[in-house]
Design a protein around this ligand. Structure first.
Ligand code: 1GP
Length: 247
């Protein structure tokens, strides 16, 4: 296939506001054609391609090409600038708000923008403001995230992301472990405009629906690889829940 879809600013930002459920697929993990087809035709709102380790241009492009054979929206989360694949529907740039080093907040982003800033399709780029909560996750270890956070800390990070940094998203990330509903609730009380994303450890209906109460968008990753049939079911589980309105 030919990579030719390009996301426009407003298209990406507007579409993202409608994302209720998304899958995150890792270019460094094998996925059969059958599972990929089931995921892409599941009714999910988008597929994010990205991961923490072993990500190369080749494996990213390979997976993106396979996803783009389906009519589902496909966006790439950029973990390293060398892996950027031209022609996806959009790019997500992670900013780890509670990282232990400025490198993961603005250092690597600054380096990439300095190098490629004139060519970046800004209209198709969105920042993900991560609050990394699972100390055992690869992303927490890599970014030396300060995960010992109270609910008040989490709410403050969410507010900072929205009010000070103007980020369109706040992403409460428990990658690999099911998170604390109260923590997500605290994050939700800190945002008004930004989209609140939850990801981490969803394997069952109760889990998907508990987090769908507080998050605008629920991300499912590992389950695709562990139990693909169950993963497909998460789409409806999430979509049948109405998000709580926070006062
Ligand atoms: C990972 O938040 C996503 O970045 C989803 O987490 O892989 O644990 O489902 P899981």
């Amino acid at each position: 296939m030919v990579l030719k879809r390009v996301g426009g600013t407003d298209v990406l930002k507007e579409k993202m506001k409608t994302w209720r459920h998304v899958f995150k697929l890792d270019p460094n993990r094998p996925l059969s054609d059958r599972v990929l087809e089931n995921v892409c035709t599941s009714g999910t709102d988008a597929v994010i391609v990205g991961g923490t380790d072993g990500i190369t241009y080749e494996n990213s492009r390979n997976l993106i090409e396979r996803v783009m054979d389906y009519p589902v929206m496909c966006v790439q989360e950029i973990s390293r600038e060398e892996t950027v694949v031209i022609g996806v529907d959009g790019y997500l740039v992670p900013v780890v708000l509670n990282a232990g080093s400025l490198r993961w907040v603005l250092g690597s982003q600054h380096r990439a923008v300095k190098k490629y800033g004139d060519w970046i399709p800004w209209e198709a780029v969105i920042a993900l403001g991560y609050i990394v909560m699972n100390p055992e996750s690869k992303v927490a270890k890599l970014t030396e995230s300060q995960t010992q956070l109270s609910d008040a800390d989490v709410k403050a990070y969410a507010r900072l992301a929205e009010r000070i940094f103007g980020m369109p998203t706040v992403y409460v990330e428990y990658s690999g472990a099911f998170g604390d509903e109260e923590t997500l609730r605290a994050a939700s009380s800190g945002v008004n405009q930004s989209r609140l994303i939850y990801g981490g450890g969803i394997t069952r209906k109760e889990e998907a629906q508990a987090m769908a109460r507080w998050a605008d968008t629920v991300v499912v990753g590992n389950l695709v690889y562990q139990n693909p049939d169950m993963a497909v079911k998460t789409v409806n589980w999430v979509k049948e829940v109405l998000k709580e309105k926070h006062p």
